[in-house]
Design a protein around this ligand. Sequence first.
Ligand SMILES: Cc1ncc(C[n+]2csc(CCOP(=O)(O)OP(=O)(O)O)c2C)c(N)n1
Length: 344
Amino acid sequence: MNVAKAAPEPRSAGSEAMPDKDTCLKLYSRMVLIRRAEECLARLSQEGKFPGAVHLYIGQEAVAVGVCSTLETRDWITSTHRGHGHFLAKGGELQAMYSEIWGRADGICRGMGGSMHVADVAKGILGANGIVGGGFAIATGAAFGAKLRGDGRVAACFFGDGAANQGVFMESMNVSSAWELPTIFVCENNGLSEFTVSSTVTGGTIVDRARAFMPTTVVDGNDLLAVRTASEKAVARARSGQGPSYIECTTYRIRGHLEAEEAFLAGGKYRTAPEIAAWQTPERDPVSRFESFLRRKGLADADAIDAIQKEVAETVANAVAHAEAGEPADTKLAYSLMFAGQEA
Ligand SMILES: Cc1ncc(C[n+]2csc(CCOP(=O)(O)OP(=O)(O)O)c2C)c(N)n1
């Protein structure tokens, strides 16, 4: 069997990555929002409070926030089945996302899409996607549109290491490279693909595939500033018409592939408790790591951290209350939205 080589050691951020205090607090607050919103989903999913499965992003927050913090609202992103973090990092509203997950009429997709299809085109969020690798061609198409119009927009495509084994990854990198499109390929390499360790089904390294087409970098995906610095460079290159870039973020998903994972494993385990715990230490966890950084640099004291935590807790509680009280989606709408000319 051709087993993947270990990816190159990721780089950490240098001092050039230092944003101002206000920006740092906003970055932290966004990561905390994603973390708390998903912890809440984990709990309520187990209580059966909303329909359908959720794939949680806990542990990977620095990737979405680091990249999206370098994008403008008009820029595009494509996401994955694990898309809540990308949606919130790009400026999507938690309340609209929760209502969507609860299947409510006022959800961001009118309750028609659920967790795996949260999208907000007005904010450049072209959608989470239940099809693994589904975002590659969408992002490349968005980048092609930007190039044709010459409007300076860029398209960032988030995808997992599992998705990198889809053929469309190559096709999208090829076209992006040949036509110098403003596409940014962001691989979230968490080493896992559903219940499979990715290295057992991946030949070579993913970054080597990308290197054939464009500049590449491998960063510590749990280091917010390292991700942000890499993304800033890629965005500057894309916006100035120089073409695509590939950023690989080494990270880890803390929760199961999906909530309800136990039901799929039938007693078999693909990872150990110590492996998970090793990624949850304060030094490695992206949220507590950035919090320590803020304290160390004197950018936030305990009161400032508490204030952010409190505000986020309130936002999450309000969004839950709103989603729980919402009107159910009009299921007949599914037909009229799906088929042209069909009456609702
Ligand atoms: C085309 C397609 N094939 C298979 C699946 C089933 N599936 C869902 S998630 C997943 C693994 C994805 O792994 P990765 O891209 O690394 O993302 P991660 O779950 O680690 O975020 C698979 C195989 C699917 N949804 N779509």
